[in-house]
Write a protein that binds this ligand. Structure first.
Ligand SMILES: Cc1ncc(COP(=O)(O)O)c(C=O)c1O
Length: 369
């Protein structure tokens, strides 16, 4: 069997991630390999840690990047904070809340679910009720639900969770660097994200951060963390600068790429980046609405980087997405779960959040439909 050289097509990435990657990030990924214990790589890891803190807007000492995708960040947070028999409240308003609940149960936790209809945010009143009738160690919630396009307000829920003496765990895989997110100001105790959305780095890494209250919980564990790879007591020594001890072999090239992506985010400025995502969302909204599209989510809870719109009646969902990809090289996302065939998820994330992307998609859609 003959295998030819690899030549994947060029795409315009406007789905739920990965997003387009800046050429400088691709270049960083293709720089020569160095050892993961090389002093120069130790410096790169230190810089990544510092930039992870800057983008999360946190002073948390325990901030680093898990060598695996967003789901591993999710698992890192839960396997380290939960022990068998603990109670946990998991908020579910889409696919990723369901995943959180599944992982929490695998940790042996007794899970109380607070749910909202898909397309709506979690209602704080229901959170309050759940906090009153349980004794949870933590409450976990998705900030930007990529499966539905909902932006979940967090500050009111954060106050309730802390008044009940629990930890607030937040999924920021899609929100980080695309909309306002303030880990310290909002009292987030543990957070994880991903690299392939608004950071516009290649997929496969997960920035995480743990605040002082979460670290205390960690230090008071009675049982060993069941995952060796994700056990923070071991991993944190690997990220401990000059005193670093071997834990696993870091994905060097992916880290180089992430360093460059972080550098570009900070050069743009976090607030400017949030504003850019908002502006391009409005541009897309205007164009889509002029074509007769309607959004799934109420205006005040819409994500700027993930636009969930209803597939118009009589339109063949799969045929249109396929035409976009093959004739216009544009990828958009299909609906997930109960929205399969009914919703399109249009991403404007990181490098893909530009007026030119919006124009290309609107023009292609107007020709296809
Ligand atoms: C909100 C959210 N959480 C978690 C994940 C899981 O991340 P990954 O696919 O990188 O494992 C995703 C991925 O799309 C996501 O959108």
């Amino acid at each position: 069997m003959h295998y030819s050289d690899l030549h994947p097509s060029q795409r315009i990435l406007m789905g739920p991630g990965p997003s387009d990657v800046h050429p400088k990030v691709l270049q960083a990924m293709a720089t020569p390999m160095i050892g993961h214990l090389d002093p120069e790589f130790v410096q790169v890891m230190d810089e990544i840690k510092a930039m992870a803190r800057q983008t999360f807007l946190t002073q948390n000492e325990l901030t680093f990047v898990v060598s695996a995708p967003g789901s591993a960040g999710m698992e890192t947070v839960l396997v380290n904070l939960l022990e068998p028999g603990d109670e946990a409240i998991i908020c579910i308003h889409g696919v990723f809340g369901l995943r959180l609940a599944d992982i929490a149960e695998r940790c042996g936790a007794k899970v109380t679910r607070v749910s909202a209809p898909w397309g709506e945010p979690i209602d704080p009143t229901q959170v309050q009720e759940a906090l009153a009738r349980t004794n949870p160690k933590l409450l976990a919630i998705v900030h930007a639900e990529t499966s539905t396009g909902v932006l979940q307000p967090l500050t009111e829920i954060s106050k309730m969770v802390h008044a009940a003496g629990a930890l607030l765990v937040v999924d920021a895989v899609t929100s980080l660097a695309g909309t306002e997110l303030r880990v310290d100001d909002w009292g987030i105790d543990a957070i994880y994200s991903g690299t392939q959305k608004c950071l516009s780095a290649p997929p496969g890494l997960s920035p995480v951060s743990f605040g002082p209250r979460a670290v205390e919980v960690l230090n008071n564990r009675k049982t060993k963390v069941q995952s060796w790879f994700l056990d923070l007591t071991l991993v944190q020594n690997y990220w401990a600068g000059a005193q670093r001890t071997y834990h696993h072999t870091a994905p060097v090239s992916a880290m180089f790429a992430l360093r460059e992506a972080y550098r570009l985010v900070l050069a743009e400025g976090l607030e400017q980046r949030w504003q850019r995502h908002h502006r391009n969302h409005l541009l897309l909204k205007e164009g889509l609405e002029a074509m007769g599209f309607t959004f799934l989510v109420a205006e005040e809870f819409r994500l700027p980087m993930l636009n969930a719109v209803k597939v118009p009646a009589g339109v063949d969902d799969a045929a249109v997405r396929s035409a976009l990809l093959t004739e216009y090289t544009i990828e958009i996302g299909a609906g997930l779960g109960q929205f399969a065939g009914k919703v399109w998820r249009i991403g404007l994330m990181g490098e893909s959040s530009t007026p030119a992307h919006v124009e290309k998609l609107l023009s292609a859609l107007s020709k296809i439909l």
